[in-house]
Design a binder for this molecule. Structure first.
Ligand SMILES: [Ca+2]
Ligand SMILES: [Ca+2]
Length: 314
């Protein structure tokens, strides 16, 4: 007890600080958790600390033959993109059903701000990044922007492509109906307007309902003109032959081809192995803005409170 009395001031102060920090953390999280049903605090906490935005990462998942365990997490969309091959101005876009429910929806200021961004690396030298793929989804489509910064001109036969193993039970070309590709090919570049076609070499389900557009120009990733593709793949294409163990996880690869010597891909080498695509339930908030103002507000409140209390009790 003597020790307690000697250090009472310090102990009380420590308890107060810990309590306040907890309160601040909970308030901070509840701002986020209050917004969407089904999002656990833990999931948000994980996302905040992993900083998955713009990143892909190695995950300890049990992988099927032909898979690597490399995982790209696609979040649910807040803004519904317009498949026109461009970064469409946000005032021309509408919110998805989920987006409408979110208090912080107006902080998503860019068509692909709410998507995961994964680097497309040069297959002969993985240190070279030739562009980025952005991924997000809603109840209708898996959306993708392939910003191929390395492709500095737009020529016939340039392609962007996806490979899927939707059952996630192993991939080998042409061996099973759940193993398929979706290819977007540039057919013509006529006075700056790019005409493209969509097809599959392996009978992708609902291939006729895949929407795609390509353009040539600048983007947030490069001020040099380059090729961009925007694609909407129907969700039912990915769920016709589903992964029964984990329906939101499929085998996946995305790539853009500049020339056939220059392939930029997300996914392992050799190309008959696939990474994973995981459709997550957590939207990506604009952390850069939220976390800064949140931290400042919490810091200011803590300082004011502590100063006031310290005069009275300590
Ligand atoms: Ca667009
Ligand atoms: Ca398969």
């Amino acid at each position: 007890m003597k020790i307690f009395h000697q250090h009472r001031k310090m102990i009380c102060r420590t308890i107060l600080i810990v309590a306040l920090l907890n309160l601040a953390a909970l308030t901070f999280l509840s701002i986020r958790t209050g917004i969407v049903d089904g999002i656990t605090k833990w999931a948000l906490l994980e996302r905040i600390f992993q900083g998955t935005r713009g990143k892909s990462f190695d995950s300890q998942v049990k992988v099927a033959y032909g898979h690597t365990g490399l995982v790209a997490e696609a979040p649910p969309a807040i803004l519904e993109p317009q498949i026109d091959g461009e970064w469409t101005p946000p005032d021309q876009l509408k919110f998805t059903k989920l987006g409408e429910q979110l208090e912080w929806k107006y902080q998503v200021k860019d068509e692909w701000d709410d998507a995961i961004r994964i680097p497309l690396t040069y297959q002969k030298d993985p240190k070279v990044v030739g562009g980025y793929a952005y991924l997000k989804y809603d109840e209708k489509y898996l959306y993708c922007m392939i910003d191929l910064t390395a492709a500095r001109d737009a020529r016939k036969d340039m392609t962007a492509a996806f490979v899927f193993d939707t059952r996630h039970d192993g991939y080998s070309y042409g061996t099973s109906e759940d193993n398929f590709d979706i290819i977007i090919k540039i057919e013509d570049n006529y006075f700056g307007k790019i005409y493209s076609s969509v097809f599959s070499m392996q009978n992708a389900p609902f291939i006729k309902e895949v929407v795609a557009a390509a353009t040539f120009g600048k983007s947030p990733n490069s001020s040099e003109n380059h090729v961009k593709y925007e694609v909407g793949i129907p969700v039912k294409t990915l769920t016709k032959y589903p992964n029964t163990v984990e329906p939101n996880r499929v085998g996946f690869r995305v790539f853009g081809i500049d020339t056939y010597a220059n392939i930029y891909a997300y996914g392992p080498v050799p190309s008959n192995t696939l990474s994973d695509l995981l459709l997550t339930s957590t939207p990506i908030p604009d952390l850069s803005y939220k976390s800064l103002t949140g931290a400042l507000a919490i810091g200011a409140a803590f300082y004011a409170f502590h100063k006031k209390r310290s005069r009275r009790f300590f």
